[in-house]
Each structure stands twice: as structure tokens, then as C-alpha cells.
Ligand binder design. Structure first.
Ligand SMILES: Cc1ncc(COP(=O)(O)O)c(C=O)c1O
Length: 383
């Protein structure tokens, strides 16, 4: 059987790197070697003469894919044995109901740290399950421009869990220390933290034992749309109420993410990305690279009177960099100019406008250099 592969250099003008600089907030850029491997395995994986998307999810080939994916996933973050690794469907958005359905008893209390657009959605959905939940932080009044200090959090009744979002994709803020490492709120009475890590998972080191549960849609840093990674401490698996089978984490854990036909290709892609992360040197190396990449752009913002960043300096995201020029017309002109230089998907989210540069793990440093240069040139011409 012969294999065919698409040419890996596209006729993109301007970027000078053979592909478009894809600043998309998600689905985001994938590592080149992951795409190359997938191209091959789509046609024939492991010499079986059958492509990855055509294999039974109960067959030996997929058994191996799933086992290797979980193994690499665990290795990347040193996930302890008392945490289950699940590959779910329905996107991170479905966790907005699965988490309270499983963890929050009727009229139980959970606390929410509302730091952005996605965190707002998570909070809203909790009300379906209990009227007693509360927001220990509400960042709406400050336009979600930062992640709060512990002293700003307003705790009420003891929560069964605290929900947070580690990186706010739309506003461009991140729970971080000055060096960009992960900062966590101090949850009251040892309440487990449930974290939506969709837009910064595996971009920096993390201590899984500090969380009750972590979940993330795969399509930004760990693969493609179609699967949601959930890492759950075993004692949280038991559902808090009677639930339909497919809603129970317990069932997905028992059946090792194969209660029904899983998103096999998406899981396979995550496996390739986890292996790629390990090859890069792991999370500490990626974090260092991400800090350097983001700095190239933040340095321009800091030395400019023309651009205005949205995030407060102490909460700046290393994954999504949000800023505006002095007017909407100039924002538009900037985006057009960027396209001429092979840079795409820089438009801010529809709810915030402006410009957003997403610089996930697989985004090349050259793209950040190019954007920083464009920002300087554009300011010189229009400032
Ligand atoms: C932080 C965060 N949470 C949740 C979501 C929603 O994810 P999904 O589209 O996989 O449901 C997104 C999507 O961009 C996100 O950035």
C-alpha cells in the first residue's frame, strides 16, 4: 500500500515560514510533526493497512493508541494514580453541566470565580442544579481585566467545590505569578478546586494534587476539537444525584473512556501532542518558550503609547494577548496589514473586539517576532 502526503509547504505569501502564522484562539495551531504523522496514519496506522479513523475502537490498534495516549498524558503532568484520566465529548462547555450534575448535591453550595466569558457561562449553568451557589469573585465590573488576589475573594458558606478558569481566552488574563507560573486561589476549608484549563493546559508546569478536577477542550494546546480531557480525583467520581449513564464520570472511568464509541481520532491526536510535549522537554521547557514568545509582544505594548493592552500587567496571559489600537478603524487596518504579512486569525472575540494573538505551545516563535515587528511598523506609520 502506498502512502500519500500533502505538500507541507503551502503557497503562503508573507509569513516567510512556509505556512500562515495562525494566531487562532482555537482550534489552534498544531505541531508540524504531529500533522505529518497524522497524515501518514490516516491512510495506514502501524502497518495495518487501515487508517486510524477506520479502526474499531475495541480493536488492538486502538487499544494501543488509547493506552499510549493516557500514558503520555500522565507522564506530561506527573498525574498520580488516584486521579482518573478521561477523554470525554461535548467540549469544555458540557462540563458546565457535568461538573455540577456529578459533584453538586441538590441545593448544595459551590463557589465560582468569575474571571471571564467562559467562567460566566459556567456560573450561569450551576443555577440549574442549585440556587445556593455563589460567586466568590465577579470580575464583570472591572471588565475581567485581571485575576483576583486571595484578599479580594468573598467566601460564603463552605463550598463542596470551587470553580475557576485558569486562562481567560477572550479577555487575555491568566492566574499567574510574576514569572508566569500557575497561581491558585486559596480555597476555603480545603474545598477541591475544579479548573477549566481549556486554553492553557500543558503550557506550564502544574501540580495536579492541588486540584479536585481539571478539564480542557483539546483544541488549543493538546489536540483537536472532539475530545475533552478530564483529570479527576477518584473520591469525586461518585455522582451526587441520580444521573443518566452517559453523564456519570464514574461510568466513563470504569469503561476507560469507551462506554460508547469514543472520539477515536481526536484521542489519537492528543496522544501525538502529548508525545510531542515530552519530546520538547516537557512542561518546564514549554513554559520557558511561552514566556519568551509572549514577552516579544508584551514588550512592544509596554513601550507604546498607541496600543492598549486589556489585561492588567500582573494577570497577562501567556496564551492569548489582547490589545487595541486607538480606534476600531485602525484595528481593522491593522488586521488587513497583518494578513498581507501572512498572519491570520488576529481578530478579537466578537464580545470584546480589538486584536487577540493566541500563542499556544505549537505557535512558532518566528510568528511572535513577525507580529512584534508589524506592531512597531504600524505604529510608526499610524501613530
Ligand atoms: C477557557 C474556555 N473554556 C471553555 C471553552 C468552550 O470550549 P468548547 O468549545 O470545547 O465547549 C473555551 C473555548 O474557547 C475556552 O476558551
Amino acid at each position: 500500500m502506498t502512502t500519500t502526503t500533502a505538500p507541507m509547504t503551502s503557497a503562503v505569501k508573507g509569513s516567510g515560514y512556509g505556512r500562515t502564522f495562525n494566531f487562532s484562539a482555537g482550534p489552534g495551531v498544531l505541531p508540524e510533526e504531529v500533522i505529518r504523522q497524522a497524515q501518514h496514519d490516516l491512510w495506514d496506522i502501524d502497518g495495518t493497512g487501515i487508517g486510524i479513523m477506520e479502526h474499531s475502537h475495541r480493536g488492538k490498534t486502538f487499544d494501543k493508541v488509547l493506552a499510549e495516549t493516557e500514558e503520555a498524558c500522565r507522564k506530561v503532568a506527573n498525574i498520580p494514580a488516584n486521579y482518573k484520566v478521561l477523554f470525554l465529548t461535548g467540549g469544555a462547555t458540557s462540563q458546565n453541566f457535568m461538573v455540577p450534575a456529578n459533584l453538586l448535591p441538590d441545593e448544595g453550595v459551590a463557589a465560582f470565580l468569575t474571571t471571564g466569558y467562559w467562567a460566566e457561562k459556567t456560573w450561569e449553568e450551576s443555577k440549574v442544579y442549585s440556587g445556593k451557589c455563589y460567586e466568590a469573585w465577579d470580575g464583570r465590573a472591572t471588565k475581567h481585566s485581571y485575576c483576583p488576589a486571595d484578599s479580594e475573594l468573598k467566601w460564603g458558606a463552605k463550598p463542596v467545590y470551587v470553580h475557576m478558569c485558569s486562562n481567560n481566552t477572550i479577555y487575555g488574563t491568566q492566574w499567574r505569578n510574576p514569572d508566569g507560573s500557575l497561581r491558585l486561589p486559596k480555597a476555603p476549608d480545603g474545598a477541591p478546586i475544579v479548573c477549566d484549563m481549556s486554553s492553557d493546559i500543558y503550557s506550564r508546569p502544574m501540580d495536579v494534587t492541588k486540584f479536585g478536577m481539571i478539564y480542557a477542550g483539546a483544541q488549543k494546546n493538546i489536540g483537536i476539537a472532539g475530545t475533552t480531557l478530564a483529570i479527576i480525583r477518584e473520591d469525586l467520581l461518585k455522582p451526587a444525584r441520580k444521573l443518566p449513564t452517559m453523564l456519570k464520570y464514574e461510568v466513563h472511568a470504569k469503561d476507560q473512556s469507551r462506554h460508547n464509541t469514543p472520539p477515536a481520532f481526536a484521542i489519537y491526536m492528543s496522544g501525538l501532542v502529548f508525545k510531542w510535549i515530552l519530546k520538547q522537554g516537557g512542561l518546564a521547557t514549554l513554559h520557558q518558550k511561552n514566556v519568551e514568545k509572549a514577552k516579544l509582544i508584551y514588550d512592544v505594548l509596554d513601550s507604546s503609547k498607541f496600543y492598549k493592552g486589556h489585561a492588567r500587567a500582573d494577570s497577562r496571559s501567556l496564551m492569548n494577548i489582547t490589545f487595541k489600537t486607538p480606534s476600531e478603524a485602525l484595528d481593522e487596518a491593522f488586521l488587513k496589514e497583518a494578513q498581507k504579512h501572512g498572519m491570520e486569525q488576529l481578530k478579537g472575540h466578537r464580545s470584546t473586539g480589538g486584536i487577540r494573538a493566541s500563542t499556544y505551545n505549537a505557535f512558532p516563535r518566528e510568528g511572535c517576532v513577525a507580529l512584534a515587528q508589524l506592531m512597531k511598523d504600524f505604529e510608526k506609520k499610524n501613530g
